[in-house]
Design a protein around this ligand. Structure first.
Ligand SMILES: [Zn+2]
Length: 221
């Protein structure tokens, strides 16, 4: 029981951290070292920095200027709080891949891309952990199948890299189930979204939620 609680805390803190880093990377430099309100730039007190809880207590508004806070990080913190416990007892490669995907997803949520260096570093760790049971043919198949959609800009090249890595680590069947779940979730999210937003939907956060959904049902991705 205790381990699930610790995993949940770690998950939510990690989510809060990567979302903050991703958001900061979109802002002009220099920035205050400590977390601050984007609207009034007042530094946050520690009570306003507690993942999941602070946003609810402050009802999504800044303590100082009452400006509405973007709920994106709050969603991520909830996903982290659930994702942490879901990863307990999973194989090391699955845990490493989930941590990598969560970092890339945070970046994707704000920037619609990610820094390639982080991807390759994470991919190297995942591949090392799954070294003896890599699925080369599925990875090649995904690599080939993705070329056309990427060329036509129907699929981001970052998404393609991540899905190819997943195929290499976990094989074809789990990846197809994962993509199907992710696409279903993506369609639901697009339908739920207000019709006035034209922005594209970042796919990696959706894939992260899909992965946790499948793992929670003990289907190994
Ligand atoms: Zn403020």
């Amino acid at each position: 029981m205790m381990i699930y609680l610790v995993a949940s805390l770690l998950g939510t803190c990690w989510a809060s951290f990567v979302m903050c880093q991703a958001w900061r990377s979109t802002q002009p430099q220099p920035q205050p070292a400590r977390s601050y309100c984007p609207a009034c730039r007042t530094q946050l007190v520690w009570q306003d920095n507690i993942p999941v809880v602070s946003f609810l207590v402050r009802r999504g508004r800044c303590r100082t200027c009452r400006a509405a806070i973007d709920p994106l990080t709050w969603y991520a913190e909830v996903v982290g709080a659930i994702g942490g416990p879901v990863l307990v007892g999973q194989p090391p490669a699955v845990i490493a891949f989930a941590i990598l995907l969560s970092g890339l997803a945070a970046s994707d949520a704000y920037r619609y891309n990610f820094t390639d260096g982080w991807f390759w570093l994470g991919a190297a760790v995942c591949v090392a952990l799954a070294w003896r049971e890599l699925h080369w043919w599925p990875a090649l198949a995904v690599l080939a199948a993705g070329a056309l959609p990427v060329a036509l800009h129907k699929l981001g090249d970052g998404d393609w890299e991540v899905i190819t890595l997943a195929a290499l680590l976990f094989g074809l069947t789990p990846i197809l189930i994962w993509l199907l779940t992710g696409s279903g979730l993506g369609i639901i999210l697009i339908l739920m979204r207000k019709s006035d937003t034209n922005q594209q939907m970042p796919f990696l956060p959706v894939l992260l939620v899909a992965m946790f959904t499948l793992l929670a049902h003990r289907i190994h991705v």
